[in-house]
Design a protein. Structure first.
Length: 275
């Protein structure tokens, strides 16, 4: 019997080992390269800066009532820490054949390339093209999320914190950034929002983003995504202090989403307790 058990264990080990193909090694390596390159390019864009202008300086040239205060952009530090955590976790030998990590590896590589290309387009004032690439980045993160979310319940705590949560934060911020990027393109074309005023457009964008936030809070019960929107809305309220209706709209949206996130969190905890 011991011989049989030993043979069975050996067979399982061999099957697990053979399950990892060259594609898995290539995917892990590609994720490492793209992650480090993305962070390096973004760092150089600020420190050099590229084309003699920082990302923030370009944004300031196109004042929008949807733009948050400068400190809000510190969220990139959180995003990059999350991407580094994912990079390390997915590179572990024990995660080489993880089906969830297999399914998101290449979409992640696309997102990283899009992120880096966007930096160059933005800094060289190619705003319409930057919006196209931003949409590629957004779509790749949506694909990532849709592949991870259905498997959330079977993820380990480590996988949650290194994969699901970082990508939820990333998706939340790129949702906001895509709207801001679109506003910049329209301003660059000279469109001021007529026949609607900039204030109405800002409130409309806040309302649309809030609806997305409510979906993620109540249906997806994704606190990380919603927290990003709350963070952005508070920043908008701070930045647009001279426009009371926008301040009120952003603050109200932040409060509503914070409450909805709390409800979603309690519902998820209750569901886990019931199981």
């Amino acid at each position: 019997m011991n011989t049989t058990l030993g043979s069975t264990k050996q067979q399982i080990t061999e099957e697990q080992g053979s399950a990892a193909g060259m594609g898995d090694y290539l995917r892990q390596f590609a994720v490492i390269v793209v992650t480090l390159a993305t962070i390096a390019i973004n760092g150089l864009a600020t420190s050099l800066p590229l084309n003699g202008q920082s990302t923030g300086e370009i944004s300031d040239r196109f004042p929008s009532l949807f733009t948050p205060a400068g400190y809000v952009f510190a969220i990139w530090s959180v995003i990059y820490l999350g991407l580094l955590a994912y990079m390390v976790y997915q590179a572990l030998p024990s995660q080489r054949t993880n089906p969830r990590l297999r399914s998101i590896g290449w979409p992640y590589v696309v997102s990283g390339i899009a992120n880096s290309v966007w930096i160059f387009l933005w800094h060289y004032n190619l705003f319409p093209l930057s919006l196209v690439v931003m949409l590629v980045l957004l779509l790749s993160l949506i694909v990532l999320y849709l592949r991870l979310a259905p498997q959330r319940a079977v993820m380990s705590t480590a996988e949650q914190w290194t994969t699901f949560i970082p990508f939820s934060i990333y998706l939340g911020w790129i949702t906001v950034a895509t709207v801001a990027n679109a506003a910049t393109v329209l301003l660059d074309w000279g469109w001021s929002g007529a026949p609607l005023s900039p204030m109405i457009w800002s409130l409309t964008m806040i309302a649309v983003a809030s609806v997305l936030g409510l979906i993620f809070a109540l249906r997806e019960q994704n606190i990380a995504y919603v927290a990003v929107l709350v963070w952005a809305f508070i920043g908008i309220a701070v930045k647009q202090s001279e426009t009371p209706p926008v301040v009120f709209g952003a603050a109200l949206a932040a409060i509503v989403l914070a409450v909805a996130a709390g409800v979603g969190w309690m519902s998820r905890r209750q569901a886990k307790t019931t199981l």
